[in-house]
Design a protein around this ligand. Structure first.
Ligand SMILES: [Cu+2]
Length: 159
């Protein structure tokens, strides 16, 4: 997903389809048609592989045996570099939020203490909380408009 909820796959379709169609219709000879087909296949491959290239950054701590589960989350612009964090029910989780620029925080509503202050770019803050309920939650930036712009991720507590 891109900021604003735009899916990169749909973006690729619209970017690639039009030039391919123009290319194929503009040049009618066999040679260019073959070239057009090859070009189309190359672009189709790019379209198919795009979701793999843009794979999510998941931090899975469910197999981590440390007493405190530690994770670093950095933001660049209006996005965190981590899209999903997985822990076990009852885990003590230590999150270090590193602000890559702008004014942001890192918050989960459902867990006590799962909230940094709003900090400036270049600063970091470490918080600790207990993941005392199972389920899928969302971490996000509470600065108005940022969550809507894509500054959020999943926090999954496995029972
Ligand atoms: Cu923010």
């Amino acid at each position: 997903m891109l900021p604003g909820g735009l899916d990169i796959r749909y973006l690729n379709v619209s970017i690639f389809r039009l030039p391919v169609r123009l290319f194929i219709t503009k040049f009618g000879s066999m040679k260019t048609q073959k070239l057009g087909t090859a070009l189309f296949l190359i672009m189709l491959l790019a379209f198919i592989s795009a979701p793999i290239v843009a794979s999510e950054h998941v931090v899975d701590l469910t197999g981590d045996t440390a007493e405190v589960k530690e994770v670093e989350v950095t933001s660049r612009g209006l996005a965190y570099d981590v899209e999903e964090i997985r822990v076990n029910l009852g885990d003590t989780v230590r999150v270090t939020y590193i602000n890559g620029g702008g004014r942001h925080d890192w918050v989960i509503d459902e867990f006590e203490g799962a909230q940094t202050a709003i900090i400036s770019g270049g600063r970091r803050e470490t918080i600790e909380f207990v993941a005392d309920q199972a389920g899928e939650f969302e971490f996000y930036c509470s600065v108005p408009g940022h969550r809507q712009a894509g500054m959020f991720g999943r926090f999954i507590v496995v029972e």
